[in-house]
Design a binder for this molecule. Structure first.
Ligand code: DOR
Ligand code: ZN
Length: 344
């Protein structure tokens, strides 16, 4: 039995760092384990232009702990007014690595997202021409579509038409939650990949709803039934280069989550690697962990793999139930989950 795992240093291809005091509180947890992360732009106001991304990048760098080697890979928040020239300049700057599509109203701070996809077609054309990936929050927002069906309906009604209209557009289906998404990736082998979160490998919708509502398990897209979780585990542990880690670690204070209308998001940055080692070991696929955390993402984004490594040892990790922030405590995802791998 292996007791030590050495991996090329992982990257997180989907991360919420927030801003201000929250940024300072959560960033060290990602920077301790990850070399790079794709930084989500859903601030208030959102990170829309190159100049917004430059300013946010500077705030992240200023918030890094002394001596931390961490590179934020910035994204732009797509709006119906996004200027293709600004997108091209952002890509050329070397700072911006993707554009994020939020259907308007789909999730936290998505009000400035897209309603009319025709309006953003010129941006997609430019992104296809320069090879800049589009990251999608893949859920429709129609009130008449059941929340558990919103990802599957998005694939049929929005994603597939966009890809037919812009076949050269490179797309990352973010935080996939369904076997429909896994099947879509399997059926389309060029210009498409998917991120999978840590928490969607662990919970299904029963964890959220059976035996009392568990707000700390609520995120978007919401976790689906068990068959979908199993499809995600099979995809993540398969070694298929089109699937890689995007934690979607999304901190909210306990006050924000534990209320009549609680916020969506699971804060997984501190324990993600311990949980992933557990999941991959349960699936008999520890040898595929490095592909998922450290190799497949850079390959899709056209970046080099990290040269340095991290080591996990077979030992229970110790971390607190929550971290303190100036806004109040933020609970870490599933703090009671029995885990057996610790980052050393
Ligand atoms: O659960 C989520 N939280 N899903 C998202 O898409 C956004 C995120 C957040 O920003 O809190
Ligand atoms: Zn997210």
């Amino acid at each position: 039995m292996t007791d030590t795992l050495t991996l090329r240093r992982p990257d997180d291809w989907h991360l919420h760092l927030r801003d201000g005091d929250m940024l300072r509180a959560v960033l060290p947890h990602t920077a301790a384990h990850f070399a790079r992360a794709i930084i989500m732009p859903n601030l208030v106001p959102p990170v829309v232009t190159l100049s917004d991304a430059q300013a946010y990048h500077a705030r992240i760098i200023a918030a890094l702990p002394e001596g931390a080697a961490f590179t934020p890979l910035m994204t732009l928040y797509l709006t119906e007014d996004t200027d293709p020239d600004d997108v091209e300049a952002a890509h050329a700057s070397g700072l911006v690595h993707a554009v994020k599509l939020y259907p308007a109203g789909a999730t936290t701070n998505s009000a400035s997202g897209v309603t009319n996809f025709e309006k953003v077609a010129p941006v997609f054309d430019r992104m296809a021409a320069i090879g800049l990936p589009l990251c999608t929050h893949g859920e429709v927002t129609d009130a008449d579509v059941d929340i558990f069906d919103r990802e599957a309906v998005f694939i049929d009604r929005v994603l597939d038409p966009i890809r037919r209209q812009h076949p050269d557009l490179r797309v990352v289906m973010e935080h996939i939650t369904t076997s429909n998404a896994v099947d879509y990736i399997h059926a389309n082998d060029t210009n498409i990949a998917a991120t999978i979160t840590t928490h969607h490998l662990v919970i299904n919708r029963n964890h959220i709803l059976a035996g009392g509502v568990k707000p700390h398990y609520y995120c978007l897209p919401v976790a689906k039934r068990e068959s979908h979780r199993l499809a995600l585990r099979a995809a993540a542990t398969s070694g298929d280069t089109r699937f890689f880690l995007g934690t979607d670690s999304a901190p909210h204070t306990d006050a924000g989550k534990l209320q009549a209308c609680g916020c969506a998001g699971c804060f997984t940055a501190p324990n993600t690697l311990s949980i992933l080692a557990e999941v991959f070991e349960q699936e008999g696929a520890l040898e595929q962990l490095e592909a998922f955390t450290s190799r497949n993402g850079p390959a899709f984004y056209g970046l080099p793999v990290n040269e340095d490594t991290i080591t996990l040892t077979r030992q229970a990790p110790s971390y607190p139930r929550n971290i303190d922030t100036l806004d109040g405590p933020v609970t870490i995802f599933d703090p009671d989950m029995p885990l057996h791998w610790r980052v050393t």
